[in-house]
Design a protein around this ligand. Structure first.
Ligand SMILES: [Zn+2]
Length: 142
């Protein structure tokens, strides 16, 4: 009986020590397995026709000059209330230059102060799109 008790205690001590050593190894192993699984999934996903088409078409996306483009969202129908939501983007670069362009890649691009600027600002002001800006060091402040 005494020996059995000793054996039990020894076993608990031993298994606790083994657990301590093996737990990180096990976690690492499980992480590696999950990563391998994710990598496999990604590989499979990237080989699908859908991803291929999408990726290629993204790479091939070129400006599609369209002088008839109204730069508005929601097609050619006028929106209720006469409100026009222009699909334009505005971005301020770190060097201070501001660019406004049509997100339909119709070719409409305006840089701050150029011939299209007044129209570009008017469209941006009535758009629900928000401005973006490159992070600048001075903006963060101290
Ligand atoms: Zn446009």
């Amino acid at each position: 009986m005494r020996f059995k008790l000793w054996l039990y205690h020894a076993w608990v001590k031993f298994s606790t020590a083994v657990n301590k050593v093996l737990a990180p190894v096990y976690v690492e192993y499980m992480n590696a397995r999950a990563l391998a699984k994710a990598e496999k999934f990604l590989q499979k996903f990237r080989s699908t026709q859908w991803y291929h088409d999408r990726h290629i078409s993204d790479q091939k996306r070129k400006p599609d000059p369209n002088p008839k483009c109204k730069h508005t969202k929601g097609g050619t129908l006028p929106s209720p209330g006469g409100f026009r939501d222009y699909n334009v983007a505005c971005h301020r670069f770190t060097d201070g230059r501001i660019k406004i362009w049509c997100l339909y890649s119709c070719g409409f691009v305006s840089w701050g102060g150029d011939a299209n600027w007044t129209e570009a600002v008017r469209m941006m002001e009535s758009s629900t799109n928000t401005q973006t800006a490159s992070e600048t060091a001075w903006k963060r402040g101290k």
